[in-house]
Design a protein. Structure first.
Lengths: 114, 114
C-alpha cells in the first residue's frame, strides 16, 4: 500500500492560466474522489469516479473545471482560466467500493493563483 | 447550508486529560459518520467511524459516541497526548460505509499542552 499520490505538491500560477493536477490512487481502489479545501473550511466534495466513469459532480465544479480518469487508474483535474478564488488545497482520495474501508486521502496539491 | 457543523474552532487540553470534540448534523439521512485527523501539509487521515446502528465505537484511546435523536456525535480522546495536536474533522455520508461522498465539518483544532 503506497498510499494516494498527488502531483505537484505546490503550484503557483497567474490568473488566466490553465493548470492540471494528477492523482494516483491506491492501486486496487476503484473509487476516486476530488475535494477542495480552503482556509478555515473542511474538505468540500468536487467530483468522483468509479473506475473510469464520472458518477457525480458538485455544483461547486464550474465549467472551468474538468476531471478525467481515462483508464480507471490515475485521474487528472484541470482548471482552465484560473481565478484567484481557485486558490485552495486540492485533495484526492480513493477507496474500494463495496468494502467498509474509509476514504484514503493524498497530501494534496496547493494551488496559489496570483 | 452546512449539513455537518463543528461549532468549536479550537480546543486546548492538558496532556493526560480527556479531549472531547463535538459535531452536529442536520441531515437525518446520514447513517455513517467518521472522524479524520489532519496535520499541516498532509491530507486528512482516518481515525474512527461509527454506523447509525450503533451508539458507541471504541478504538484504543479514541471513542466516538452517536446520539441520533440529538443529531450529535462526539469524539473522546483519553488520555490526550501532545501528538494528538491536529485539526479534527467530522464527516458524514448516506447509504452506509461511505457510499455517498463524505460531507465534512469545518474542523476543530486541538492543542494538547504538555
Amino acid at each position: 500500500d503506497t498510499g494516494v499520490s498527488q502531483d505537484p505538491r505546490h503550484k503557483i500560477t497567474k490568473r488566466g492560466q490553465n493548470v492540471t493536477f494528477r492523482c494516483d490512487p491506491i492501486s486496487e481502489h476503484n473509487r476516486l474522489y476530488w475535494y477542495r479545501q480552503t482556509l478555515g473550511q473542511g474538505p468540500e466534495f468536487l467530483t468522483y469516479f468509479q473506475n473510469e466513469a464520472q458518477l457525480e459532480k458538485s455544483r461547486l465544479l464550474s465549467d472551468r473545471f474538468s476531471a478525467e480518469r481515462p483508464k480507471g487508474s490515475f485521474s487528472t483535474l484541470e482548471i482552465q482560466r484560473t481565478e484567484q478564488g481557485d486558490s485552495a488545497m486540492y485533495l484526492c482520495a480513493s477507496r474500494l467500493q463495496g468494502s467498509p474501508t474509509p476514504l484514503h486521502f493524498g497530501n494534496g496539491t496547493r494551488l496559489t493563483v496570483t | 447550508d452546512q449539513q455537518v457543523k463543528q461549532n468549536s474552532p479550537s480546543l486546548s487540553v492538558q496532556e493526560g486529560r480527556i479531549s472531547i470534540l463535538n459535531c452536529d448534523y442536520t441531515n437525518s439521512m446520514f447513517d455513517y459518520f467518521l472522524w479524520y485527523k489532519k496535520y499541516p501539509a498532509e491530507g486528512p487521515t482516518f481515525l474512527i467511524s461509527i454506523s447509525s446502528i450503533k451508539d458507541k465505537n471504541e478504538d484504543g484511546r479514541f471513542t466516538v459516541f452517536l446520539n441520533k435523536s440529538a443529531k450529535h456525535l462526539s469524539l473522546h480522546i483519553v488520555p490526550s497526548q501532545p501528538g494528538d495536536s491536529a485539526v479534527y474533522f467530522c464527516a458524514a455520508s448516506v447509504g452506509g460505509s461511505g457510499n455517498t461522498p463524505l460531507v465534512f465539518g469545518k474542523g476543530t483544532r486541538l492543542s494538547v499542552i504538555a
